[in-house]
Design a protein around this ligand. Sequence first.
Ligand SMILES: O=C(O)C1=C[C@@H](OP(=O)(O)O)[C@@H](O)[C@H](O)C1
Ligand SMILES: C=C(OP(=O)(O)O)C(=O)O
Length: 443
Amino acid sequence: MTQAKIYPQHIDLEPVMRVQGTVRLPGSKSISNRTLLLAALSEGTTTIHDLLASDDTSVMLDALRKLGIQWEQVDERTHVVHGAAGRLPVGQADLFMGNAGTAIRPLTAALAVIGGDYTLHGVERMHERPIGDLVDALNAVGANIEYTGNPGYPPLHIRAGKVQPDRIAVRGNVSSQFLTALLMAAPLMAVDKPVTIEVVGELISKPYIEITLNLMRRFGVTVGQDGWASFTVQPGQTYQSPGSIHVEGDASSASYFLAAGAIAGGPVRVEGVGKDSIQGDVRFADALEQMGATITKGDNWIEAKSNGVLKAIDADFNHIPDAAMTIAVAALYADGTSTLRNIASWRVKETDRLAAMATELRKVGATVEEGPDYIRVTPPDTLSHATIDTYDDHRMAMCFSLASLDGAARRGNAMRINDPKCVAKTFPDYFETFSGIAQDTLS
Ligand SMILES: O=C(O)C1=C[C@@H](OP(=O)(O)O)[C@@H](O)[C@H](O)C1
Ligand SMILES: C=C(OP(=O)(O)O)C(=O)O
């Protein structure tokens, strides 16, 4: 076991020669926050098993409470949400959304359609993350949403409007969460006639739309689809509680452990996601396979094992923008230059991830080319010890734990990661769990 030393300001990860073990994943952030909102909008009570416990789900739970939705946590792994059947008991509230895109975007659409007097704000970075395409789409069909800071960004002030359109158009090239938000609110708009949501231009991060449609179906609403161009909800469909629902393990969180297995021996098995997962990020395993790792999958697990040095990869990662960050760090262990393409959305997430990734990969000795929507990584012969800055981005912290694996071990120095507690956004116990798969350390 590695002796990870946790300090308030940084964590020192001793070089790890070999990883092996089984990790039980925390719940999926994307499924947890969608499920909470859909349960709140449903008729009936929903028991949710294995909800993610993290900053992003706390802000959603707190917001729902403030809006008058009753919920209880009945034991460590079980929450019960009492749906309010498309209404919100509290008509006026000030809601703190942290930095959770999956909370602020869907809630904005739901609140604008249901009507009331609501303000939504978040951490400083949240106020730099775009929401203009969603606000424009809603205001164009009768919503009343105002920016109280910079136009195009939270904070927002939502007042009652009248939103019952036939058609609503939204751009999908900055974030798929805008379309997700409109889809989830669509049954509330389609009161007596169908509503069609049209995607204007390109749609990014498509697998997240599949998650949305899948969960809407489980809550009793089906959506007609014309490819990725438009989505129609027929009138008279209301959300109905499925009774109980289980949240899969988080496939993005799985990526760090699978990559560790692919880099440093393995096998490493993640439990909680498997062959039939509804999360697009399970396709991260295909990328690792392409890099030469051996991947095996069961119904509820995925395992990765290394086969010597990884092969460099050149691929489009638009479908898995979050897990793609893990590939950028795994590329440090590849036999040549890797190129990750079509990832412009990295610039508007928790930080400018293209800039942050380039800066931190250079610190460990990589040669990096940062393009407007791509990154090219050439590994050094030997990784250098470095102090990694994390930019209040959970994924920067989690990805760079991989830089403590065998390549780094050749130098025998610890890898320092600043502000490790930022992992609380989606995986509060990340570093403890990572320590659990480390078998041999050089300390
Ligand atoms: O809908 C979702 O659950 C998410 C969609 C993706 O965002 P974009 O659509 O902005 O790429 C992803 O990066 C985010 O972590 C979660
Ligand atoms: C982009 C992310 O989060 P959000 O849901 O806040 O968009 C992420 O978790 O990588």
